[in-house]
Design a protein. Sequence first.
Length: 506
Amino acid sequence: MKVLLDTNIIIHREASKVLNQDIGILFNWIDNLKYSKHIHPITVTELNRNKDQKTVETMNIKIGSYNLIKNVAPTSDKLEEVSKQIDTTENDKNDTLILNEVFCDRVDILISEDKKIHTKAQLLGIAERVYTINEFLEKVTAENPTLVDYKVLAVKKVDFAQVDLQNTFFDSFREDYNGFDKWFNKKADETAYVCYSNNELSAFLYIKVEEEIENYSDIEPNFPKKKRLKIGTLKVTSNGFKIGERFLKIIFDNALQYQVAEIYVTIFDKRPEQQRLIALLEEWGFYQFGIKNTPTGQEKVFVKNFERNQPIDIEHPKKTFPFISMDKKFFIVPIYPEYHTELFPDSILRTESPKNFVENEPHRNALSKVYVSRSIDRNLTSGDIIVFYRTGGIYEGVATTYGIVESVIDNIADENTFIQLCRKRSVFTDEQLKEQWNYNPYNKPPHKISRPFIVNFIYAYSFRKRPNLKWLNENGIIPDIKDMPRGFREISKDNFLKIANHSVGK
C-alpha cells in the first residue's frame, strides 16, 4: 500500500517541536501495517522555502526517510477543471498536483488535513481514498482489530485531582492560556471526563452550567441573558475510537438534564487538533457567534441553540440534534441481543455486565451509526424516527432506544462498496458484512438475491423505563405477537408517544 503524505503532515512530523500529537499515532500505524510512505517533489520545494537555513538543512535530512515520487503524473482536463473551481493561491494549485497522484492511481491513498484537498477529492470522485488523520485511524482500527489493544479505559468521570496535570497532553493548554496550571489546581474537587488509550491520556472534557447572571463582558458581541452550558476544556487526540462523538453525547445529555437554552465553547484555531474540533462542532450545529479577548489572543466563540421550540432541520438532523420533528414517520425495528449493546452501550440491560462493553471500539462511541437491513419497507427518509426493539420474547424483549435517520443507501453496487459504506459505523466485522451481503438461504441465483440496504442514523436516546413485548402488545403497538416486525414497520406518532411517555413514567 502506497501512502502519500501531504506537506502539512510532514511538517508536523518532522518539526523540532511537537505540534500535533496525533502524528505519532498515525506513523506508528503506517509502520505496523508496513505501508510505504511517499512524498511529492512539491513538498520538498515547499519545505525549502523556510527562511531559516538550519531548519531547511535539518528537514532535508529527515525527509530522506520517505520515498520521493520520481515521475509526477500528468494532469488531466478534469483535474484542471476542478482546480479552476477551487484553487485561489499557489499553495492550492500545489495541493491539487499532490492530489493528482491519487487521481491517476500512482499511489493508493493520500492523508491530508487540508479542507480544500478533501473538497477537490469529492469533485474528482476519489474521496474514499483521501483521509484526514482521524479518518485514516478509524479505517485501520476497523480493518485490523487484531492489531488494536482494545483493553483500554473507556470514558470515565473523575475529579481533576485524579488527573496528572504534568502530562504532556496539557502542554497545548499551557501554551494557549496564561495560568492554566493554577486554574487546573483550583478545580481539584470538580469533575471532568477523561479517556486513556494504552495508559496515555487521550481525551479530556470539562463542562459547567452558567446561569443568566453570568458576566460575558469579554465576549463580542455581547451574549443575551440565557442559561448556558459551557464547554470549559475540551481536547481529543485522534486514535480512531470516535471519542469526540462520545464526548458530544455527554455534552448534549448534560444540556438536556440542566435544561439550558444554549451551549457554547471558546477555542483557538491555531492547531490541526483545534481545527478538527471546530469542524466536528460545526457538523453538530455549532456556529461562530463572535470572539473572546484573552491575554494570549482572540478565541473564536461557537454556539449551539438548545431551545426546545426551535425549528428542526430534518434534512440535516445533526444540526438540531438531539431534538426531533413530530411531523416525520415513526418505525419500530428488531435488533438481536448479540448486537444490541455493541451498538447502544448506553442502553445496556441490568442483566448484562458493563465490563463486557468498556473497550473503545469506534461503533460504540459513535453517535452516527449504521443499521443493515433486508426489510421490504425501505421508504425511510432523513428525520424519521426509529425505535429499536431488542428481541427476547414476551417479557425479555424490550424497546430500549430510538434514533434519527440521516440517510438511506439502497441499490449498492457491489460487496466492496457495501463494506466500505458500513465499516466505520457498523458493529459487524468485514467477514460478517460479507455474509450479510451474500445471504442466500434458498440458493437463489446471484441476480435474484435480495441485497441489504443501509440506514445511517443518529443514536438519540436510551429509554429510562423500557417497555417489554407484553406491554407493547397490550398497548396496541405490536398488536399480534405472532406477527413480530422482521424489518422496519411503521407505527403511529401516538404509539411512539406512548413509548416515550412510558419511558419517563407518565
